[in-house]
Design a protein. Structure first.
Length: 549
């Protein structure tokens, strides 16, 4: 288990991960950073080669960043608890560098810091800073660099049991896609372009995920850059779709590509042209992706890219903005005529546009396999003669030296010291580190503290490792208008604000209006009891007697 520490050489540099994180994290709060990486190791080609072509020589460098905070215990001893984990793979060839964000997860215990209200999320800040740090240190001159990720909402990725903790906030599918677009948005400077594709959605619906109101908003495009980032599209007259889709781990489009390969493996068209049986074009592939894998589970899934080009090439199939001719400005507007585009794959083997001498002899995969087996048989010698004793096994120091004893810069990768992790481990050790993390429990704070302590001890072989970053970014308070005396102005809105009734508890009960004594008029008794009808009595002079008959 080889391991090496490279902090001493990188700490003297000004542009380090520690300095970048300190500049963006909130002031007055401390975060512990644990960065593990592997050297560039040979891996399978990221893209499938066209028929009769040799696969590209590819190297992969793995990075894992863990962030923890201090949790004070009853004994006044600080205990660390993990709050964030990021796993990133860097694939490099002679023509391109691809940074693939494999996994990102949080535990939900960040609220223990009691950050002030309005503080930017440290999770998003650390993620964007770490990706930008790797881009800065792994970018090569005149070599294309691509940041690729797949946004899929899930309860937990790296921290088992963390979903059971009530403090963890799990984003839904739409919120997660927007979150990743905001993470990559600060990286989109000229000539960097961003792309987003959500299978099953229309163009106008996908535009809603692009961050608004920033200078980088114009750098986003709806669609995919697979034709632009593939060097096969620039070298051959046409390329089958399977040669444009990368083979990432735990990626739905990669699994769909494997299914199509297995279905067309024994067909003649697959051997001659490299095409599948059912899917012949890249547009058809993305249309079918909406009904396959995680994209058909009822939730939205997003594919996001950021493409860095020193000199942006114009490849076929890339959406470009049409240029308006100067003499066309005076012409009256008219309805454009319909154009029929034929999207059919050719039936011939892809040919190179500029063949070289090394391409005169086609690549035969079976012949290459036979030659490799014959070479291995020649290496096996029959044991004869005296017995040679075995050499002593290498100790940790020799393993460390052997791990680091490789060139930092070659034609296929750039492995600068400033971009390495604090601990450099072998491929087997890295796999064990991730397996230990995936078998811990983060359901409660006590279990998370114990799991963090065990993981840090296993990775560091019992020694203390990692470094503390003190935030230097002062979070500006809410802006309040101030007068010349320095006192905040108070806006009097009494004439504009309608006061609410103080007694709101008994709104449903009708209230009785009570009038004062001076406002009440008593009712007269004559009016209270109606008088009987009076009898009219006439005077004596007014009565006329009737004469007797």
């Amino acid at each position: 288990m080889a391991m090496a520490s490279t902090m001493a050489s990188s700490s003297h540099s000004e542009d380090t991960l520690r300095s970048r994180l300190a500049a963006v994290l909130p002031k007055g709060f401390a975060f512990s950073i644990h960065h593990v990486s592997t050297p560039p190791m040979k891996s399978e080609a990221l893209y499938a080669a066209p028929p009769k072509e040799r696969p590209e020589r590819t190297f992969v460098e793995k990075h894992f960043l863990a962030v923890s905070i201090d949790q004070p215990s009853v004994e006044n001893e600080t205990q660390k608890v993990l709050v964030l984990g990021l796993e990133i793979y860097i694939y490099t060839t002679a023509r391109a560098t691809t940074i693939f964000v494999s996994k990102a997860d949080s535990t939900g215990y960040l609220h223990l810091l009691n950050l002030p209200k309005g503080t930017p999320s440290p999770i998003r800040t650390i993620t964007a800073t770490f990706v930008g740090f790797l881009v800065h240190n792994r970018r090569r001159k005149d070599v294309q660099l691509v940041v690729s990720l797949f946004a899929r909402a899930q309860d937990q990725y790296l921290f088992p049991g963390s979903v059971e903790y009530k403090g963890k906030h799990v984003l839904d599918d739409r919120g997660l896609i927007k979150w990743w677009c905001r993470v990559l948005n600060p990286l989109l400077d000229d000539p960097v372009d961003g792309y987003i594709l959500v299978p099953g959605l229309e163009t106008n619906e996908m535009k809603a995920f692009i961050p608004k109101g920033t200078s980088q908003s114009a750098r986003w495009s709806v669609g995919h850059p697979l034709m632009r980032i593939s060097h096969y599209a620039r070298q051959f007259d046409w390329v089958p779709p399977r040669c444009l889709i990368p083979q990432f781990p735990d990626d739905p489009k990669s699994r769909f590509r494997d299914e199509l390969d297995a279905d067309a493996l024994n067909s003649a068209i697959y051997r001659t042209t490299g095409n599948w049986k059912t899917v012949r074009t890249l547009d058809t592939f993305w249309e079918m992706m909406a009904y396959r894998q995680e994209c058909s589970s009822g939730r939205m899934t997003g594919f996001i890219w950021a493409v860095y080009d020193d000199a942006k090439p114009k490849a076929s199939g890339e959406d470009t903005k049409p240029a308006v001719a100067a003499d066309a400005a005076d012409e009256p507007p008219s309805t454009p005529s319909k154009q029929r585009t034929i999207n059919v794959a050719p039936q011939t083997t892809p040919r190179k546009l500029f063949p070289s001498r090394s391409d005169a002899k086609p690549y035969d995969e079976r012949h290459e396999l036979r030659m490799r087996k014959a070479k291995e048989r020649r290496r096996k010698k029959k044991l004869t003669g005296p017995i040679i004793p075995r050499t002593v096994r290498m100790d940790a120091f020799q393993k460390m030296k052997r791990l680091l004893d490789r060139p930092a810069y070659t034609a296929y990768y750039a492995w600068g010291v400033s971009g390495r992790g604090e601990l450099i481990v072998s491929e087997a050790k890295y796999k064990r580190i991730m397996d230990i993390l995936l078998h811990l429990d983060f359901a409660t704070l006590e279990k998370s503290v114990a799991g963090t302590r065990r993981w840090l001890s296993e990775v560091g072989l019992g020694a203390s490792w990692g470094y503390t970053v003190e935030g230097e970014n002062e979070v500006a308070p809410r802006e309040i208008a101030q007068d010349e005396s320095g006192l905040s102005q108070v806006n009097n809105l009494t004439t504009l604000v309608k006061r609410k009734r103080s007694d709101t508890q008994n709104d449903t009960i009708p209230q009785v209006n009570v009038l004062g004594a001076g406002l009440i008029r008593k009712k007269s008794k004559a009016e209270e009891e109606p008088a009987k009808p009076a009898v009219n009595v006439l005077g004596e002079g007014l009565v006329r007697k009737k004469p007797k008959a």
